[in-house]
Ligand binder design. Structure first.
Ligand code: FAD
Ligand code: NAI
Length: 478
């Protein structure tokens, strides 16, 4: 095999593997290096997203949602169930099957597109050279015109509650509990805490979430964060804000967490604790001292809007660089970089990266919040439509929450979409498509939406922006 490539990608998460597929499609001679091993010790593609992130967490969210619906919702439909039970082992086996199918699919796609897969640890040397140490310790050296660093991220550890991976675990451990913990402590009320806290809470754990900040979901639109707090309270997630963990002790199969709220020191005893206080870029062993690039104090690569590091032919994408740590952001950066390498003028619209929390109901957003826009001095008008007024949502027993659209008061251009409710992720994605084409609320209002769908809520919110909603009274009349 020739050892010269147009592009070498280090890391095959959603940033790296998408970059490699697109590069190969563009006719660039491409190799991708990956060091992740599966349970059988074989190299596997897909990174955090497919192996221990987006996909396995959604598999468990779905299983636990079905269990909860069977326990609490089915009877409302007249469906009786006796002896409801959860077989955790089977639930985990299903999740692992999905991971295997999808990671195998990525390997197949890389091959089908003609990208060369190299399993082992990649290291960037000087002069756009990449050293790969395979699982047997054999070292090979490759050269490339371009190297894309896509080595992703790992969970942040906190000294007072370091993961022992048995009783105190990170998000990966929380996807592998073999039985439902009786009492579950969650440190961090962010995306992982809410999603994985919900999984085990639905299956019967008593969940206590300990969060350092005084505000809940502080980067969300305030109305959404307020509604989310109410929703999680109803779901018995005991979220304690303004609490800082100061210590932990594992004894007799239990974890005692010590935490401070103001001057008060408090203790709680749990069967398991998940620490999910954010993630940090992962670059261990990635860079030779003389490779020409380095990271900031916080471990990120500094890049421009096109993910260029400033060093000839070296690019960095995904969780390694600024912006939200999201799979779809990583993938689009990968596509942008290789299209630019191929001479195209690709750009990415960082203002329209949607975010979703896959709880039930889902919470999703794109664009700016009302508070951000007002702080920037933008005059806005807002349209809100509650799912309680949506026929389709009510028919599905999903009548809680709302969708909120924010438009510029002068131009009517939609600047933000925020939703908590059924199919929030899909509704916000529809808004994102419209926003990419600079839609006005009026444009969206003119569109024909199928009936009955939850999407009609987006239509009504757009109409409500200008006081024309049909299926609820409007605040102002025109
Ligand atoms: P990664 O997916 O982390 O991939 C990096 C890859 O590089 C890994 O396979 C690693 O083994 C490899 N690697 C590292 N160093 C080397 C080296 N030196 N040589 C060779 N290979 C190397 N995001 C969403 O958008 N939606 C979600 O629903 C979602 N859910 C999540 C749930 C959980 C529990 C977690 C933990 C994360 C979730 N995320 C979600 C975040 C998402 O997984 C990440 O943002 C995304 O995976 C980042 O992609 P990446 O390609 O930058 O890095
Ligand atoms: P996060 O940044 O979403 O939340 C971490 C929370 O922990 C914050 O609320 C923070 O204030 C709190 N915290 C920090 N230090 C603390 C301490 N010492 N004690 C108590 N609380 C503390 O991070 P999380 O949940 O770990 O997720 C990591 C990343 O993974 C996120 O950036 C997210 O983008 C991504 N992710 C995305 C998902 C999705 O898109 N649905 C799902 C899961 C993860």
């Amino acid at each position: 095999m020739s050892k010269d490539f147009d592009v070498i990608v280090i890391g095959s998460g959603p940033g790296g593997y998408v970059a490699a597929i697109r590069a190969a499609q563009l006719g660039l001679k491409t190799a991708i290096v990956e060091k992740w091993k599966n349970a059988e010790g074989k190299g596997v593609n897909g990174g955090t997203c497919l192996n221990t992130g987006c996909i396995p967490s959604k598999a468990l969210l779905d299983s636990s949602h079905k269990y909860e619906a069977a326990a609490h919702e089915y009877s409302k439909h007249g469906i009786g169930l006796n002896d409801l039970s959860i077989d955790v082992e089977k639930m985990l086996t299903r999740k692992e099957g999905i991971v295997k199918q999808l990671t195998g699919g990525v390997a197949g796609l890389l091959k089908a597109n003609g990208a060369t897969s190299l399993f082992g640890t990649g290291k960037l040397l000087a002069g756009k050279t990449v050293e790969v140490t395979d699982f047997e310790g054999k070292v090979s050296v490759y050269t490339a015109k371009n190297v894309i660093l896509a080595s992703g991220s790992v969970p942040v550890d906190i000294p007072p509650a370091r993961a022992d991976h048995e009783f105190i675990v990170d998000s990966t451990g929380a996807l592998e509990f073999t039985e439902v913990p009786g009492r579950l402590g969650v440190v961090g009320a962010g995306v992982i805490g809410l999603e994985l806290g919900s999984v085990w809470g639905r299956l019967g754990s008593e969940v206590v979430v300990i969060e350092a900040m005084e505000d809940f979901l502080p980067t969300m639109d305030e109305a959404i964060a307020k509604e989310a707090a109410k929703t999680f309270k109803k779901q018995d997630l005991d979220i304690r804000l303004g609490c800082t963990v100061s210590g932990s002790e594992v004894k007799d199969g239990k974890v005692t967490l010590t935490y401070k709220k103001g001057d008060e020191e408090l203790k709680e005893v749990f069967d398991k604790v998940i620490v999910c206080v954010g993630r940090r870029p992962y670059t261990d062993g990635l860079l030779a001292d003389d490779c020409g690039v380095s990271t900031t104090d916080r471990g990120f690569f500094e890049v421009d809007d096109h993910c260029f590091t400033g060093v000839d032919g070296i690019w960095a994408i995904g969780d390694l660089v600024r912006g939200p740590m999201l799979a779809h952001k990583a993938s689009e950066e990968g596509v942008m970089v290789v299209e630019r390498i191929a001479g195209q003028k690709a750009e990415m619209n960082y203002d329209l990266v949607p975010g979703v929390i896959y709880t039930h109901p889902e919470i999703a957003n794109v664009g700016k919040t009302e508070q951000e826009l007002r702080a920037e001095g933008v005059e806005v008008k807002v349209g809100v439509f509650p799912f309680a007024a949506s026929g389709r949502a009510l028919a599905s027993g999903e009548g809680s929450g709302f969708i909120k659209l924010i438009a510029d008061a002068k131009t009517d251009r939609v600047l933000g979409a925020h939703c908590i409710g059924p199919s929030a992720a899909e509704l916000v994605q529809q808004a994102a498509i419209a926003m990419e084409f600079s839609t006005s609320a009026e444009d969206l209002g003119y569109m024909v939406f199928s009936h009955p769908t939850v999407s009609e809520a987006l239509h009504e919110a757009a109409l409500a922006v200008n006081g024309h909603a049909i299926h609820m009274p409007n605040k102002k009349k025109r």
